[in-house]
Design a protein around this ligand. Structure first.
Ligand code: ADP
Length: 448
């Protein structure tokens, strides 16, 4: 109503004046007055329309017209509209920019295709995964750039629920999962996700299950076979059935060891808490491990201990014991009778080094990087014969990693190996409570 009252009141005033003139001076004066008013209104209107047209033509550069009355109202409202539009255009532009920045930063490859499958836009990751370039390839048909038969079939099928798993056309090491997502009128978004790690983990899981099944199958078959034999022939001579029982016990123990190692590995893998800082007395532990080695060796090897440091280790005693125990038991198992095994604890450039050196069969260089993989063995039957599960060094690696330590392996085939657990300086603890230093026995003197 505010907008209308002014023109209505002006019109009413003009009519009143015209009526007064008609009454006082006759109709000619009244008509003359009305014609004058009409001429004034038209000239003013033309002028304001001209100003309005000039401003609308270039609203950002020309000053908005200034007027009073109805025209003032019109200009004011248009100006408000223009400001509102400008603000929302700014918001829209910055939202678009943000969206583009986000799409550029997305680690997945993203390609926008129009109805004819021409590339409208793609992000930098699509260059890495599919060799596409946003500037160079805009407007190109995606079929001409990615010509692999399985990709063309995938495009033709236009099945938006399906994912295509394939190797990257520009890097065979990468495995991609491609998906088409329809949007807008008839556009499509092609998304390429790098699933190389997922595939690797999946393959590892499959291998792991196959390995565990394989490891369990032999002892289970043997035990099952003997149980059947004993059940079918209960009158076997005692010496024969004794032999069967011994073999069954042997294989049962093998399964037990495998399950123990699997449980240890799974505990280590799921241990997301930090390791306890127990203050492990390594010299004392080394003595205990030496005694263990002697009991495993049953006099077949000369076993020595060299303690050049009395430092303690901050860590989890049970885990460290299991890791170092594995190194010691491997040395005994892979060193032929008459060989020498030396356990040593020393400091090197501030780090704590626990090493186990043997004069055993040694390992060829190509096997060394793979020794800590689960179930990796240089000689499968040798490992089995000596009661190995193929998981010992995988456990060692896990424990050391959890302690910020590393495993160093030096080996010469035919001469022997040194496995060293190297702990960072931050894990060493010196002080009055440090262990005692025990001298290494003379070379050639059997350690007992
Ligand atoms: P296993 O139970 O088979 O011993 P590990 O994980 O402990 O499994 O060791 C993996 C493989 O590394 C072994 O099968 C063996 O071939 C090799 N190996 C480990 N320690 C030694 C060693 N001291 N001397 C020679 N070979 C070794």
């Amino acid at each position: 109503m505010g907008f209308w009252w002014r023109p209505l009141s002006v019109l009413a005033s003009v009519l009143l004046v015209a009526l007064a003139l008609w009454a006082g001076s006759g109709w000619v004066a009244a008509l003359g007055f009305l014609a004058g008013i009409q001429a004034f209104v038209m000239t003013r209107r033309l002028w304001q329309e001209f100003r309005l047209a000039r401003w609308l033509e270039n609203p950002d550069e020309v000053e908005p017209p200034d007027a009073t009355g109805t025209w003032g109202d019109i200009f004011y409202r248009l100006q408000k509209l223009q400001k509102r539009q400008k603000a929302s255009r700014g918001q829209l532009t910055s939202a678009l920019e943000q969206f583009e920045h986000a799409a550029m930063a997305v680690p997945d490859g993203m390609v926008i295709l129009n109805a004819s499958e021409q590339i409208e836009w793609c992000n930098p990751a699509s260059r890495k995964f599919m060799g596409l370039d946003c500037e160079r390839d805009r407007g190109q048909f995606v079929r001409y750039l990615l010509r692999q038969a399985h990709f063309l079939d995938f495009l033709d099928a236009a099945d938006y629920s399906r994912r295509l798993v394939c190797k990257s056309p520009v890097n065979r090491e990468l495995t991609l999962s491609l998906q088409l997502v329809p949007f807008g009128e008839s556009q499509k978004l092609l998304v390429a996700r790098d699933i190389t790690d997922l595939e690797r983990v999946d393959a590892m899981r499959r291998d792991f299950i196959a390995n565990v099944s394989h490891e369990l199958r032999t002892p289970l078959t043997v035990v099952g076979g003997f149980v059947e034999t004993l059940a079918e022939a209960p009158d076997l001579p005692p010496s024969e059935s004794r032999r069967y029982f011994d073999l069954m016990l042997d294989h049962t123990r093998r399964m037990q060891r495998l399950l123990d190692d699997l449980l240890t590995l799974s505990r280590l893998e799921s241990a997301d808490h930090a390791v306890k800082d127990e203050g492990v007395n390594v010299p004392e532990l080394a003595q205990a491990l030496k005694a263990e080695a002697e009991s495993l060796s049953r006099g077949r090897h000369r076993i020595g201990l060299q303690l050049d440091s009395g430092a303690l280790l901050k860590g989890n005693l049970q885990e460290i014991r299991s890791a170092l125990g594995n190194l010691v038991s491997n040395a005994v198992r892979y060193t032929p009778e008459g060989g020498e095994i030396t356990l040593a604890w020393r400091e090197r450039a501030g780090e704590g080094v626990f090493s186990v050196t043997d004069t055993g069969e040694g390992i060829a260089a190509e096997h060394i990087p793979r020794l800590t993989e689960r179930f990796y063995r240089v000689d499968r039957s040798r490992s089995r014969e000596t009661g190995g599960t193929g998981l010992g060094l995988a456990i060692v690696k896990h424990v050391l990693t959890r302690h910020g330590a590393r495993l160093e392996i030096l080996s010469t085939p035919g001469k022997g190996s040194t496995f060293s657990a190297v702990f960072p300086a931050s894990r060493l603890q010196h002080g009055p409570e440090s262990g005692t230093v025990i001298p290494f026995p003379e070379r050639g003197q059997a350690a007992g």
